[in-house]
Design a protein around this ligand. Sequence first.
Ligand code: SF4
Ligand code: SF4
Length: 354
Amino acid sequence: MNKEWSEKNKKMQSLIGREATFAEGIEALIDLRNDLLTQVSYIVNPYPEEAFYQMPFAGADGYHSKTLAYSMWHIFRIEDIVAHTLICGDEQVLFTGKWQKKTGSPIITTGNELKGEEIAEFSKKLNVKVLFEYCKAVKDSTDELLRSLAYKDLKRKFSDEDKKRVIDSQCVSTDEAAFWLVDYWCDKDVRGLLKMPFSRHWIMHIEAMCRISNKLCQNARKGADPIARCGLSCNHCFLRSWCGGCRTAYNTCSDAMNHPDRVCPNTSCCKGKGIDGCYECDALVSCRKGFYEYDDINAIKAMGLFIRKYGKAELLKTMDRLHKEHDFEKIQEVLGNDLEEGLAILEKTRRGRN
Ligand code: SF4
Ligand code: SF4
């Protein structure tokens, strides 16, 4: 389990277990949920539509065998049912906000009953951006419920009438792969529900989402040019585990993300000039467009100048060597911010190999 989330989860559980620290524990839970939802936004915002119905681990044993869209639907449908139908006995966010129609979902259930290809087919029908709005609406509504709880509520158990309400809602399929959820939830007290559908269940599925998205990025990288148009080596970029490379649809570079069409100024400029990258442009040294507008980014230009002199393949080999020799995240940490010095370091590293 992600170490930071696991620590926060443990801390939250310990705090809610004592009356004196209960309120602090609820805030710790909401803080953990904020972190997790932010992680989902890192997946929803940059990745292309097709990413949300791919099953790169189809048939595997675990949550990562599903799709990204299914995972989002499943986490928040479960929370909506448990928070509203079971605990509060009121209307779910799905219905008050008319989210089934808005998301395009053909079902109102948790999705546990779906198998194999059905999961991918279901995922294709969902409007992911709208689905994320539903996720946020459910989270906000549950956070409100959490803040309204008192320590004594933790021991509240559920009656046959509560169980009947969940069954009658028809939000849990009668398929054996799903129906067990009714007993699972109703046999817990409120504290047990805080520890699973409202926290740990998120962690497990969101970790699986990270695994799925990382795999999709790795797949996208295969055969793609790893040299960005600005001169950066995507193979050595600190974003590489959750970015497919900036010449693929799985580009997560903030410079691309910050533009409405998701094309960074360097890329549009190169395309306009009909060149492969900034390393083919006469204006490279003095250019302040896009990625080059930042004051500390001369290291990227140094990589561009290096490509101009020695080619892309040499840059990739030199970068491999540089990473063996130094422990760094961003290339500026090694090349500094002086263009000539940065180029000289790359050339020295290249010579060291020859
Ligand atoms: S600035 Fe543009 S070209 Fe450079 S890495 Fe980002 S998306 Fe790619
Ligand atoms: S003008 Fe700047 S952004 Fe455009 S191709 Fe040349 S170096 Fe790249």
